[in-house]
Design a protein. Structure first.
Length: 263
């Protein structure tokens, strides 16, 4: 019996992929490893899974398709929670060292449910603002993407080169404390030709939060940080002096007058 257990152990993979599906009120945690795994007090339930490959270069459409088996109740969850879209965080845990690497952060929805089998498709969070069809919609916010041809702002005028300390998806530098609050929010960081979106600029603590860590260790490294835009007319005017090229409709009501009336 001990011999059979040894054989099984030698056949186990050296790493496990951990999948976190974030619903509005709870999280479903599963893994492709042959048995359940506990990481940071969270139990990841072993399930049969298959996923597509994805690329990591800027400009490519980075998406992933995952097919896996789950409980009937969880299958229903994926069907009824398509709006809002479900957040996916995919990480790789190296079992011998207990080190972990984030592979993918995005949002998606179930594109197929058959019994207990789910097919889930997600797009990288960096791509969510680039997949709009039609390209121009009636919105109080700008339709352009910062630094693209519609926007016209040159990213070379709004970038800073700095050395950062890094821990996971958090980077720190003195320049983050010297810039105005949210200066870098929705901007991005560049390192060795790879990019990460800044989800929040925490100016009081001189730090920024990335949508996912870099594959490389950037602690103590020099990076390029680009300012971000919240797509409002005020930011377009006061931060970028670019109101003439604002691609939105700022006087459209943000609340539906049919439902909320006029005030």
């Amino acid at each position: 019996m001990a011999y059979n257990n040894d054989i099984v152990q030698t056949q186990l993979p050296t790493f496990a992929e951990l999948y976190d599906f974030y619903f509005p009120q709870y999280v479903i945690n599963v893994t492709n490893y042959p048995k359940n795994i506990t990481y940071n007090s969270t139990i990841y339930i072993a399930t049969v899974m298959q996923r597509s490959e994805f690329t990591a270069e800027k400009g490519n459409k980075r998406e992933v398709t995952i097919t896996f088996a789950t409980k009937e109740s969880s299958s229903l969850d994926f069907l009824v929670a398509n709006v809002p879209r479900i957040r996916l965080v995919l990480r790789r845990l190296f079992l011998s060292t207990k080190s972990i690497k984030t592979l993918f952060v995005g949002e998606g929805e179930a594109v197929g449910v058959e019994g207990r089998t789910i097919t889930f498709k997600a797009e990288d969070i960096l791509m969510l603002n680039q997949t709009l069809v039609p390209q121009i919609v009636y919105s109080a916010y700008c339709n352009a993407t910062l630094y693209d041809g519609y926007c016209g702002v040159l990213n070379t005028n709004f970038r800073d080169v700095t050395t950062v300390s890094a821990s996971g998806s958090v980077i720190k530098a003195s320049i983050f404390g010297s810039k105005p609050a949210d200066w870098y929010t929705y901007g991005y960081v560049e390192y060795n030709g790879k990019y990460r979106m800044i989800t929040k600029h925490d100016q009081p603590n001189s730090q920024c939060f990335l949508h996912m860590p870099f594959d490389d260790n950037i602690d103590g490294q020099q990076v390029i940080v680009y300012a971000g835009c919240d797509k409002t007319p005020a930011t377009c005017k006061n931060k970028f002096n670019n109101l003439a090229r604002f691609k939105g409709f700022p006087y459209i009501p943000t609340k539906n007058p049919v439902m909320w009336g006029f005030k």
